[in-house]
Design a protein around this ligand. Structure first.
Ligand SMILES: Nc1nc2c(ncn2[C@@H]2O[C@H](COP(=O)(O)OP(=O)(O)O)[C@@H](O)[C@H]2O)c(=O)[nH]1
Ligand SMILES: [Mg+2]
Length: 218
C-alpha cells in the first residue's frame, strides 16, 4: 500500500503489471521506458532467463515533484506469468496500489487469461487486499495476431472495467493503458487517503506530473 513519509515528504506508490506468461507485460514496461526522456530516466531492471521469459520481475521507477513539495515515487513492476512462479507473483503483488492486467487477445489464450485472473484474485486476497476495490485496468494485447477476440465481445464481457487494445511490440495502446491506470490509481488514493486535500495534489496535477516523464507516443 501507498507509503507516506511526512518527514521527507515522499509518497511511494506501487503498480503491478499482471497476466499470463508471454502476454506482453515486459514489453509494456520496455516501451514505457523507451518513451521516457533518456536524460531523466533511470534504468529499467529486468531479470531474465536465457529463454527470454521473465524469471523474477521487471522494475521501472517513475518520479515527479508536486507543487506542494512532495516527491511522488511510482514503482512499476511486472510479474513472471509461468505457472511455476506462483510464489514470486504473490510476493510482487504485496502492497499493490493498482493493477494493469495484460491479457493475450488470441482466442487460444482465453483459458490462460482466466487462470491468471483467478490466480491474481487469490494472491490479492491472501495479502488482505480488497480485490473488488483495487483499481484495475485491463489491456488486450497482441491485436496484430490472427484469431483474436473481437473488441465488441471484450467490451461486453468486461462491463465497467476499462479495457484497452494494444500491440505492445509496436508501442500501440501502451500509453493509453498507462494513463487510465494512473487515473484509476489516483481515484483510489483519493477515496482511501483524501489525497487532494492532504497533499494538495489534484488529479490533473498528478496525471500531468506522471505523464511529463513520457514522450507522447504514436
Ligand atoms: N505479435 C506480437 N507479439 C508480442 C506483442 N507483445 C509482446 N509480444 C511478444 O510476445 C513475447 C512475450 O512478450 P513479453 O513482453 O516478454 O511477455 P511477458 O511474459 O508478459 O512479460 C515476446 O516475444 C514479445 O516480443 C504484440 O502485441 N504482438
Ligand atoms: Mg515478462
Amino acid at each position: 500500500m501507498v507509503q507516506i513519509n511526512m518527514g521527507s515528504k515522499e509518497i511511494t506508490l506501487k503498480v503491478v503489471y499482471y497476466g499470463p506468461a508471454l502476454s506482453g507485460k515486459t514489453s509494456n514496461l520496455q516501451k514505457l521506458h523507451e518513451m521516457m526522456d533518456p536524460a531523466r530516466r533511470s534504468h529499467m531492471l529486468t531479470l531474465d532467463t536465457k529463454d527470454d521469459r521473465t524469471l523474477y520481475f521487471d522494475f521501472l521507477p517513475v518520479e515527479f515533484n508536486t507543487a506542494g513539495g512532495f516527491s511522488i515515487k511510482m514503482k512499476l513492476f511486472t510479474v513472471p506469468g509461468q505457472v511455476m512462479h506462483k510464489s514470486t507473483r504473490k510476493v510482487v503483488l504485496a502492497g499493490a496500489d493498482a493493477i494493469a492486467f495484460i491479457a493475450d487477445s488470441q482466442r487460444s489464450a482465453a483459458s490462460a487469461n482466466a487462470y491468471s485472473w483467478r490466480d491474481m484474485e487469490a494472491n490479492l486476497k491472501a495479502h488482505g487486499i480488497d480485490f473488488e476495490k483495487l483499481p484495475k485496468v485491463v489491456q488486450f494485447n497482441k491485436r496484430d495476431m490472427p484469431d483474436v477476440k473481437p473488441l465488441s465481445e471484450i467490451k461486453e464481457q468486461w462491463g465497467k472495467t476499462p479495457t484497452f487494445p494494444a500491440v505492445a511490440t509496436r508501442g500501440e495502446g501502451i500509453l493509453e493503458t498507462f494513463r487510465e491506470l494512473m487515473r484509476v490509481l489516483y481515484r483510489g488514493l483519493e477515496d482511501r487517503h483524501d489525497f487532494s486535500a492532504k497533499f494538495s495534489l489534484s488529479e490533473e496535477e498528478f496525471l500531468k506530473g506522471i505523464l511529463r516523464n513520457f514522450r507522447q507516443g504514436p
